[in-house]
Design a protein around this ligand. Sequence first.
Ligand SMILES: O=P(O)(O)OC[C@H]1O[C@](O)(COP(=O)(O)O)[C@@H](O)[C@@H]1O
Ligand SMILES: [Mn+2]
Length: 334
Amino acid sequence: MERELTLEIVRVTELGALAAAKWIGRGDKNAADGAATTAIRSMFDSVSIDGTVVIGEGEMDDAPMLYIGEKVGSKDGPEVDVAVDPLEGTEVVAAGLPNAQAVIAIAEKGSLLHAPDIYMEKLACGPELAGKLSLNDPVELTLQKAAQYTGRALSDLTVMVLDRERHADLIARLRGAGVRIKLLGHGDVAGAIAAALPDSGVDLYLGSGGAPEGVLAAAAMRCLGGDMQGRLLPGGPIEWQRCVSMGIADPSRVLTLTDMAGTGDVLFAATGVTSGEFLDGVRLIGKDRAETHSVIMRASSRTVRYIRSMHYLPLKRFPAGLAELPPIGQAASL
Ligand SMILES: O=P(O)(O)OC[C@H]1O[C@](O)(COP(=O)(O)O)[C@@H](O)[C@@H]1O
Ligand SMILES: [Mn+2]
Protein backbone atom coordinates (compact mmCIF):
# COMPACT_ATOMS: atom_id res chain seq x y z
CA MET A 1 0.00 0.00 0.00
CA GLU A 2 1.22 3.48 -0.85
CA ARG A 3 2.07 5.56 2.18
CA GLU A 4 0.09 8.49 0.71
CA LEU A 5 -3.03 6.45 1.42
CA THR A 6 -2.77 7.36 5.09
CA LEU A 7 -3.62 10.98 4.27
CA GLU A 8 -6.43 9.97 1.95
CA ILE A 9 -7.99 7.84 4.67
CA VAL A 10 -7.77 10.39 7.42
CA ARG A 11 -9.71 12.83 5.24
CA VAL A 12 -12.52 10.28 5.31
CA THR A 13 -12.57 9.84 9.10
CA GLU A 14 -12.39 13.63 9.48
CA LEU A 15 -15.54 14.11 7.41
CA GLY A 16 -17.29 11.33 9.35
CA ALA A 17 -16.39 12.96 12.66
CA LEU A 18 -17.52 16.40 11.50
CA ALA A 19 -20.86 14.99 10.36
CA ALA A 20 -21.39 13.07 13.63
CA ALA A 21 -20.44 16.12 15.68
CA LYS A 22 -23.59 17.84 14.47
CA TRP A 23 -25.47 15.32 16.60
CA ILE A 24 -23.53 15.66 19.85
CA GLY A 25 -25.96 15.75 22.76
CA ARG A 26 -29.12 15.57 20.64
CA GLY A 27 -30.25 12.22 22.05
CA ASP A 28 -30.52 10.54 18.67
CA LYS A 29 -27.87 7.84 18.24
CA ASN A 30 -29.29 6.55 14.95
CA ALA A 31 -29.16 10.00 13.38
CA ALA A 32 -25.58 10.47 14.59
CA ASP A 33 -24.57 7.10 13.18
CA GLY A 34 -26.42 7.76 9.93
CA ALA A 35 -24.72 11.12 9.47
CA ALA A 36 -21.25 9.64 9.98
CA THR A 37 -22.03 6.67 7.73
CA THR A 38 -23.38 8.82 4.89
CA ALA A 39 -20.45 11.20 5.09
CA ILE A 40 -17.86 8.42 5.16
CA ARG A 41 -19.51 6.51 2.33
CA SER A 42 -19.66 9.64 0.17
CA MET A 43 -15.96 10.27 0.66
CA PHE A 44 -14.70 6.70 0.28
CA ASP A 45 -14.79 6.56 -3.49
CA SER A 46 -12.15 9.29 -3.66
CA VAL A 47 -9.66 6.96 -1.93
CA SER A 48 -7.23 5.17 -4.26
CA ILE A 49 -8.11 1.61 -3.28
CA ASP A 50 -10.04 -1.32 -4.65
CA GLY A 51 -11.65 -2.08 -1.32
CA THR A 52 -14.18 -4.54 0.06
CA VAL A 53 -15.93 -3.85 3.36
CA VAL A 54 -15.20 -6.71 5.78
CA ILE A 55 -16.26 -4.97 8.99
CA GLY A 56 -18.98 -2.40 8.47
CA GLU A 57 -22.51 -1.40 9.32
CA GLY A 58 -23.93 -4.94 9.01
CA GLU A 59 -25.25 -7.36 6.41
CA MET A 60 -26.39 -6.03 3.04
CA ASP A 61 -30.07 -6.56 3.92
CA ASP A 62 -29.80 -4.51 7.12
CA ALA A 63 -27.46 -1.71 6.09
CA PRO A 64 -27.90 0.57 3.09
CA MET A 65 -24.28 1.71 3.18
CA LEU A 66 -20.93 0.29 4.19
CA TYR A 67 -22.46 -3.19 4.38
CA ILE A 68 -20.30 -6.28 4.50
CA GLY A 69 -19.11 -7.10 1.00
CA GLU A 70 -19.70 -3.60 -0.39
CA LYS A 71 -17.06 -2.36 -2.80
CA VAL A 72 -15.52 0.98 -1.87
CA GLY A 73 -12.75 3.14 -3.31
CA SER A 74 -11.78 4.55 -6.70
CA LYS A 75 -10.57 1.09 -7.83
CA ASP A 76 -7.26 2.51 -9.08
CA GLY A 77 -5.29 1.20 -6.17
CA PRO A 78 -4.47 -1.97 -4.24
CA GLU A 79 -7.07 -4.62 -3.45
CA VAL A 80 -7.73 -4.23 0.26
CA ASP A 81 -10.02 -5.27 3.10
CA VAL A 82 -11.78 -2.37 4.78
CA ALA A 83 -12.96 -2.27 8.39
CA VAL A 84 -15.00 0.78 9.27
CA ASP A 85 -16.93 1.97 12.30
CA PRO A 86 -18.24 5.34 11.10
CA LEU A 87 -19.24 6.22 14.62
CA GLU A 88 -17.58 4.18 17.33
CA GLY A 89 -19.66 5.24 20.32
CA THR A 90 -23.10 6.10 18.97
CA GLU A 91 -24.72 6.44 22.41
CA VAL A 92 -21.83 8.55 23.56
CA VAL A 93 -22.48 11.13 20.87
CA ALA A 94 -26.21 11.09 21.55
CA ALA A 95 -25.53 11.76 25.23
CA GLY A 96 -22.68 14.22 24.70
CA LEU A 97 -20.23 11.97 26.57
CA PRO A 98 -16.53 11.32 25.93
CA ASN A 99 -14.68 8.86 23.70
CA ALA A 100 -16.49 8.69 20.36
CA GLN A 101 -14.47 8.40 17.17
CA ALA A 102 -14.81 7.74 13.45
CA VAL A 103 -12.54 4.75 12.70
CA ILE A 104 -11.23 3.06 9.55
CA ALA A 105 -8.65 0.31 9.03
CA ILE A 106 -7.39 -0.89 5.67
CA ALA A 107 -5.35 -4.03 5.24
CA GLU A 108 -4.09 -6.30 2.51
CA LYS A 109 -6.89 -8.29 0.90
CA GLY A 110 -7.90 -11.35 2.90
CA SER A 111 -6.15 -10.30 6.11
CA LEU A 112 -8.98 -8.91 8.28
CA LEU A 113 -11.19 -11.29 10.24
CA HIS A 114 -14.82 -11.40 9.14
CA ALA A 115 -16.23 -10.94 12.62
CA PRO A 116 -19.99 -11.01 13.21
CA ASP A 117 -21.56 -8.31 15.33
CA ILE A 118 -21.49 -10.25 18.58
CA TYR A 119 -19.43 -9.87 21.75
CA MET A 120 -15.76 -10.77 21.96
CA GLU A 121 -13.62 -11.27 25.04
CA LYS A 122 -10.48 -9.19 24.61
CA LEU A 123 -6.96 -8.82 25.91
CA ALA A 124 -4.81 -5.98 24.60
CA CYS A 125 -1.36 -4.87 25.68
CA GLY A 126 1.56 -2.82 24.48
CA PRO A 127 4.87 -3.88 22.87
CA GLU A 128 6.50 -4.64 26.23
CA LEU A 129 4.04 -7.45 26.87
CA ALA A 130 3.36 -8.53 23.29
CA GLY A 131 3.68 -12.30 22.88
CA LYS A 132 3.95 -12.85 26.63
CA LEU A 133 0.29 -13.09 27.69
CA SER A 134 -2.55 -15.46 26.88
CA LEU A 135 -6.30 -15.05 27.00
CA ASN A 136 -6.42 -18.69 28.11
CA ASP A 137 -4.67 -17.87 31.39
CA PRO A 138 -6.64 -17.04 34.51
CA VAL A 139 -6.65 -13.25 34.92
CA GLU A 140 -4.53 -13.45 38.09
CA LEU A 141 -1.76 -15.20 36.16
CA THR A 142 -1.98 -12.62 33.36
CA LEU A 143 -1.49 -9.87 35.92
CA GLN A 144 1.46 -11.63 37.54
CA LYS A 145 3.10 -12.05 34.14
CA ALA A 146 2.44 -8.41 33.27
CA ALA A 147 4.04 -7.31 36.54
CA GLN A 148 7.01 -9.61 36.01
CA TYR A 149 7.70 -8.59 32.40
CA THR A 150 7.32 -4.87 33.04
CA GLY A 151 9.30 -5.05 36.30
CA ARG A 152 6.52 -3.29 38.16
CA ALA A 153 4.50 -4.08 41.26
CA LEU A 154 0.92 -5.29 40.75
CA SER A 155 -0.24 -2.16 42.57
CA ASP A 156 1.41 -0.05 39.84
CA LEU A 157 -0.42 -1.72 36.95
CA THR A 158 -3.53 -0.14 35.47
CA VAL A 159 -6.12 -2.23 33.65
CA MET A 160 -8.85 -0.66 31.55
CA VAL A 161 -12.26 -2.37 31.53
CA LEU A 162 -15.65 -1.38 30.10
CA ASP A 163 -17.93 -0.38 32.97
CA ARG A 164 -20.58 -3.06 32.57
CA GLU A 165 -22.56 -5.30 34.91
CA ARG A 166 -21.22 -8.35 33.05
CA HIS A 167 -17.72 -7.40 34.22
CA ALA A 168 -18.54 -7.45 37.95
CA ASP A 169 -16.64 -10.69 38.52
CA LEU A 170 -13.66 -9.61 36.41
CA ILE A 171 -13.48 -6.28 38.24
CA ALA A 172 -13.64 -8.02 41.63
CA ARG A 173 -10.80 -10.37 40.63
CA LEU A 174 -8.70 -7.47 39.36
CA ARG A 175 -9.25 -5.53 42.57
CA GLY A 176 -8.50 -8.70 44.55
CA ALA A 177 -5.15 -8.93 42.78
CA GLY A 178 -4.36 -5.37 43.79
CA VAL A 179 -4.15 -3.62 40.40
CA ARG A 180 -5.74 -0.31 39.54
CA ILE A 181 -8.76 -0.25 37.27
CA LYS A 182 -9.74 2.50 34.88
CA LEU A 183 -13.39 2.02 33.99
CA LEU A 184 -14.41 2.99 30.49
CA GLY A 185 -17.92 4.21 29.65
CA HIS A 186 -17.94 3.39 25.92
CA GLY A 187 -15.57 3.03 23.02
CA ASP A 188 -13.34 0.04 23.48
CA VAL A 189 -11.34 0.53 20.27
CA ALA A 190 -9.81 3.55 22.00
CA GLY A 191 -9.63 1.56 25.25
CA ALA A 192 -7.61 -1.25 23.69
CA ILE A 193 -5.36 1.21 21.87
CA ALA A 194 -4.66 3.00 25.17
CA ALA A 195 -2.96 -0.17 26.41
CA ALA A 196 -0.37 0.14 23.63
CA LEU A 197 0.29 3.87 23.85
CA PRO A 198 3.35 4.64 25.95
CA ASP A 199 1.89 7.71 27.67
CA SER A 200 -1.67 6.54 28.37
CA GLY A 201 -1.10 5.20 31.87
CA VAL A 202 -2.96 2.02 30.85
CA ASP A 203 -1.06 -1.28 30.81
CA LEU A 204 -3.74 -3.78 29.85
CA TYR A 205 -7.18 -3.81 28.33
CA LEU A 206 -9.47 -6.66 29.44
CA GLY A 207 -13.12 -7.62 29.14
CA SER A 208 -15.74 -8.09 26.48
CA GLY A 209 -16.99 -5.66 23.85
CA GLY A 210 -18.05 -5.75 20.22
CA ALA A 211 -16.25 -8.22 17.96
CA PRO A 212 -16.07 -5.74 15.05
CA GLU A 213 -14.40 -3.27 17.43
CA GLY A 214 -11.98 -6.08 18.35
CA VAL A 215 -10.84 -6.38 14.73
CA LEU A 216 -10.42 -2.60 14.46
CA ALA A 217 -8.38 -2.57 17.66
CA ALA A 218 -6.27 -5.47 16.35
CA ALA A 219 -5.53 -3.46 13.20
CA ALA A 220 -4.30 -0.59 15.37
CA MET A 221 -2.23 -2.99 17.49
CA ARG A 222 -0.46 -4.21 14.34
CA CYS A 223 0.60 -0.58 13.78
CA LEU A 224 1.62 0.00 17.40
CA GLY A 225 3.55 -3.23 17.94
CA GLY A 226 1.16 -4.26 20.67
CA ASP A 227 -0.79 -7.49 21.03
CA MET A 228 -4.47 -8.25 20.92
CA GLN A 229 -6.22 -11.56 21.48
CA GLY A 230 -9.91 -12.25 21.28
CA ARG A 231 -12.43 -14.98 21.86
CA LEU A 232 -15.83 -14.71 20.23
CA LEU A 233 -18.75 -15.05 22.64
CA PRO A 234 -21.67 -16.34 20.57
CA GLY A 235 -24.83 -16.01 22.64
CA GLY A 236 -26.44 -19.26 21.45
CA PRO A 237 -26.56 -21.60 18.45
CA ILE A 238 -27.71 -18.93 15.96
CA GLU A 239 -24.74 -16.66 16.69
CA TRP A 240 -22.43 -19.72 16.75
CA GLN A 241 -23.65 -20.66 13.27
CA ARG A 242 -23.16 -17.09 12.07
CA CYS A 243 -19.50 -17.28 13.14
CA VAL A 244 -19.08 -20.58 11.27
CA SER A 245 -20.75 -19.22 8.14
CA MET A 246 -18.39 -16.22 8.25
CA GLY A 247 -15.42 -18.58 8.08
CA ILE A 248 -14.56 -19.08 11.76
CA ALA A 249 -14.61 -22.88 12.00
CA ASP A 250 -14.20 -23.05 15.80
CA PRO A 251 -15.73 -19.91 17.33
CA SER A 252 -14.56 -20.88 20.83
CA ARG A 253 -10.85 -20.70 20.12
CA VAL A 254 -8.59 -17.78 20.97
CA LEU A 255 -8.03 -15.51 17.98
CA THR A 256 -4.52 -14.14 17.68
CA LEU A 257 -3.45 -10.76 16.34
CA THR A 258 -2.59 -12.48 13.05
CA ASP A 259 -6.02 -14.14 12.90
CA MET A 260 -7.67 -10.77 13.27
CA ALA A 261 -5.38 -8.43 11.35
CA GLY A 262 -3.00 -10.57 9.27
CA THR A 263 0.72 -10.10 8.83
CA GLY A 264 0.83 -7.65 5.91
CA ASP A 265 0.59 -3.90 5.87
CA VAL A 266 -2.26 -2.20 7.73
CA LEU A 267 -3.35 1.43 7.85
CA PHE A 268 -5.46 2.67 10.73
CA ALA A 269 -7.08 6.08 11.04
CA ALA A 270 -9.36 7.58 13.69
CA THR A 271 -10.76 11.07 14.22
CA GLY A 272 -12.21 12.11 17.57
CA VAL A 273 -15.86 13.12 17.67
CA THR A 274 -15.99 13.71 21.43
CA SER A 275 -12.75 13.92 23.44
CA GLY A 276 -11.49 10.60 24.68
CA GLU A 277 -8.62 8.40 25.72
CA PHE A 278 -6.13 9.75 23.23
CA LEU A 279 -7.90 12.05 20.77
CA ASP A 280 -9.67 15.34 21.31
CA GLY A 281 -13.11 15.71 19.80
CA VAL A 282 -14.39 18.09 17.16
CA ARG A 283 -13.91 21.65 18.39
CA LEU A 284 -16.02 24.39 16.93
CA ILE A 285 -14.39 27.69 16.20
CA GLY A 286 -16.66 30.60 15.46
CA LYS A 287 -19.58 30.00 13.14
CA ASP A 288 -17.91 28.29 10.25
CA ARG A 289 -14.75 26.49 11.29
CA ALA A 290 -14.00 23.33 13.19
CA GLU A 291 -10.84 21.68 14.40
CA THR A 292 -10.40 17.91 14.30
CA HIS A 293 -7.82 15.64 15.91
CA SER A 294 -6.87 12.42 14.23
CA VAL A 295 -4.36 9.65 14.44
CA ILE A 296 -3.03 7.69 11.48
CA MET A 297 -0.77 4.72 11.80
CA ARG A 298 0.87 2.24 9.46
CA ALA A 299 2.00 -1.26 10.37
CA SER A 300 4.90 -1.54 7.90
CA SER A 301 6.68 1.54 9.28
CA ARG A 302 5.10 1.62 12.77
CA THR A 303 4.72 5.38 12.28
CA VAL A 304 2.03 7.05 14.37
CA ARG A 305 1.01 10.52 13.25
CA TYR A 306 -1.32 12.88 15.03
CA ILE A 307 -3.04 15.34 12.74
CA ARG A 308 -4.76 18.50 13.86
CA SER A 309 -6.81 19.96 11.05
CA MET A 310 -8.72 23.18 10.70
CA HIS A 311 -11.80 22.87 8.47
CA TYR A 312 -13.72 25.64 6.78
CA LEU A 313 -17.17 24.11 7.01
CA PRO A 314 -18.97 25.88 4.15
CA LEU A 315 -16.55 24.21 1.74
CA LYS A 316 -16.90 20.69 3.19
CA ARG A 317 -18.55 18.34 0.75
CA PHE A 318 -21.21 17.00 3.13
CA PRO A 319 -23.64 14.76 1.28
CA ALA A 320 -27.05 16.18 0.44
CA GLY A 321 -29.21 16.03 3.52
CA LEU A 322 -26.43 16.73 5.98
CA ALA A 323 -26.23 20.30 4.75
CA GLU A 324 -29.82 20.82 5.88
CA LEU A 325 -29.08 19.91 9.49
CA PRO A 326 -28.90 22.58 12.16
CA PRO A 327 -25.56 24.37 12.10
CA ILE A 328 -22.78 22.60 13.93
CA GLY A 329 -22.45 25.46 16.43
CA GLN A 330 -26.03 25.02 17.58
CA ALA A 331 -25.50 21.29 18.19
CA ALA A 332 -22.46 21.85 20.32
CA SER A 333 -23.99 24.58 22.43
CA LEU A 334 -26.75 22.28 23.68
O1 LIG B 1 -22.31 -1.34 25.31
P1 LIG B 1 -22.01 -2.80 25.17
O2 LIG B 1 -23.19 -3.62 24.78
O3 LIG B 1 -21.30 -3.32 26.37
O4 LIG B 1 -21.02 -2.96 23.93
C1 LIG B 1 -19.71 -2.54 23.94
C2 LIG B 1 -19.39 -1.91 22.64
O5 LIG B 1 -20.09 -0.67 22.52
C3 LIG B 1 -19.18 0.41 22.28
O6 LIG B 1 -18.84 1.02 23.50
C4 LIG B 1 -19.81 1.43 21.34
O7 LIG B 1 -20.34 0.78 20.23
P2 LIG B 1 -21.15 1.50 19.06
O8 LIG B 1 -20.13 1.99 18.09
O9 LIG B 1 -21.96 0.42 18.45
O10 LIG B 1 -21.94 2.60 19.62
C5 LIG B 1 -17.97 -0.31 21.69
O11 LIG B 1 -16.79 0.43 21.78
C6 LIG B 1 -17.94 -1.56 22.50
O12 LIG B 1 -17.19 -2.57 21.87
MN1 LIG C 1 -18.64 0.79 17.51
